[in-house]
Design a protein around this ligand. Structure first.
Ligand SMILES: Cc1cc2nc3c(=O)[nH]c(=O)nc-3n(C[C@H](O)[C@H](O)[C@H](O)COP(=O)(O)O)c2cc1C
Length: 202
């Protein structure tokens, strides 16, 4: 598949078939992810494949709880929140055969002075985000759907998702990516901002 096709076909997919994703495909996603640029060459990233029934069940509940908290914090009217609840609980929104948790290790860096610690943490997040984009583009090529989930990084879920993966407190969850064969067909979502408002040539 041409890169331009993968880029233009990548959309956030939130409904998936109840069908397992082949192990080779999951591995291919991670192989693609780690080709991303990585700050200071540190490869500070760790991918957790949540695929047991028990893990998936709990993650789907977390999807529900964290999205409701997010939309209530945004001030979404109660009747819309109700609709969302039914989409997640009854229609199976965000229910995937596999979830990939992308973690980085805190406190990892090459710069000696502590004044750089925060910057190196941000660089690790940026590197992981680049890896996530690679993973999502590879998924398009493999006929898979993905969605970058940020709300599962709320503090309380950070801890739980870390513990489920047997990771210590020094790991930070950048995002969770549900992966599966799409049951929805979505055209690329329009971008509201035109180039002249988001770029400047100097
Ligand atoms: C950092 C980040 C966090 C996101 N978190 C969520 C999320 O928690 N739940 C969700 O449904 N989508 C999430 N998204 C997906 C965006 O909603 C989506 O990319 C945006 O609406 C544009 O749609 P598109 O990806 O189909 O082009 C997130 C995207 C990014 C980059």
């Amino acid at each position: 598949m041409e890169l331009k096709e993968a880029i233009s076909k990548r959309v956030s997919i939130r409904y998936y078939e109840n069908r397992e994703v082949e192990e080779e495909k999951v591995n291919a996603l991670i192989e693609a992810a780690i080709r991303a640029p990585t700050a200071s060459g540190l490869e500070n990233w760790f991918f957790v494949i949540y695929k047991s029934e028990q893990a998936r069940k709990r993650i789907h509940e977390i999807m529900f709880e964290s999205h409701i908290e997010y939309y209530q914090a945004r001030g979404l009217p109660e009747e819309k929140v109700k609709k969302l609840k039914s989409k997640i609980l009854e229609n199976g929104m965000y229910k995937a055969p596999v979830y990939i948790g992308v973690f980085i290790e805190r406190g990892i860096g090459v710069l000696k002075d502590s004044k750089y610690t925060q910057l190196e943490f941000i660089w690790a997040i940026e590197s992981a985000a680049g890896a996530i984009e690679n993973l999502m583009l590879k998924a398009v090529e493999l006929g898979l759907g993905t969605c970058y989930i940020g709300v599962t990084s709320l503090d309380k879920y950070q801890k739980e998702l870390r513990e489920m993966a047997g990771l210590e407190d020094n790991w930070y969850l950048v995002g969770v990516i549900p992966v599966g064969y799409p049951t929805e067909r979505i055209s690329p979502r329009a971008r509201r901002k035109s180039l002249d408002t988001i770029m400047r040539v100097v």
